[in-house]
Design a protein. Structure first.
Length: 237
């Protein structure tokens, strides 16, 4: 199922949503350039979140050398920057499609600053949850999955029964249908199974390999739904 539009009216331009989509696209184009030059592996392994590297840096800072906190700060920056890296065409297309369809309405009711804050904070907290679950994982965990899941969670909490214009692809036939928003809280995790399609060449071990850590992006969905639930005047009416 491919979501197309929710047809909800907005009284303001989703400027932050446009910027987030644009930045993700520009960085992905930069990744393609690095792949052609053979530099993508080093780039992603340095700027993406590798749980084992982050936990090792923190342990060294706590137990060995306080100056190692400089390394930790650098690793912590990857928690944010890694949200804008993607490992495949299907991953970035899926994330940005969901952001396009669901993000504009969430930004409309939250406002620009709170929307950006939800996106970044939920994305970072999701990655932290991934690190805590598998601290020895040596495969980079990258992508906006957790952040987009938070936006989806907020949307479903606020507009659970809103009809989403959807295209159902059946080989060469595309059937237009409408599905309730809450369906996509389920479908979000189904489509993760296809995010390996069109993978970039990221040596030595690739990225986002199936593991418990990768599926911890469910945290993002809960953060988005929880934020919408507890925020005065923003819960479902």
């Amino acid at each position: 199922m491919i979501p197309i539009s929710d047809n909800l009216r907005s009284d303001k331009q989703p400027i932050v949503n446009y910027w987030l989509i644009g930045i993700n696209i520009l960085i992905f184009l930069w990744q393609l350039k690095l792949e052609l030059s053979g530099e993508l592996g080093n780039f992603v392994n340095h700027w993406g979140v590798v749980p084992a590297q982050l936990t090792t840096a923190i342990n060294n800072a706590l137990l060995i050398n306080p100056a190692a906190w400089l390394v930790v700060v650098g690793r912590l920056f990857s928690l944010v920057f890694g949200l804008f890296l993607h490992g495949s065409f299907s991953q970035i297309l899926g994330n940005l499609l969901f952001l396009w369809v669901f993000g504009k309405s969430v930004e409309n009711i939250l406002g620009h600053r709170r929307y950006l804050g939800l996106y970044l904070i939920a994305g970072v907290l999701t990655v932290i949850a991934q690190v805590l679950v598998e601290p020895s994982l040596r495969v980079p965990v990258i992508g906006a999955n957790g952040a987009v899941a938070a936006i989806l969670g907020a949307y479903v909490m606020r507009f659970p029964k809103t009809k989403i214009d959807t295209v159902l692809p059946l080989i060469l036939i595309y059937i237009p249908i409408q599905l309730p928003a809450y369906f996509y809280a389920f479908w979000w995790f189904v489509q993760q199974l296809f995010y390996g399609i069109g993978s970039l060449n990221i040596p030595p071990v690739g990225v986002n390999q199936p593991s418990l850590a990768y599926w911890m992006q469910f945290v993002g969905l809960l953060i988005g739904a929880g934020y919408m639930r507890i925020s005065p005047g923003l819960s479902h009416k």
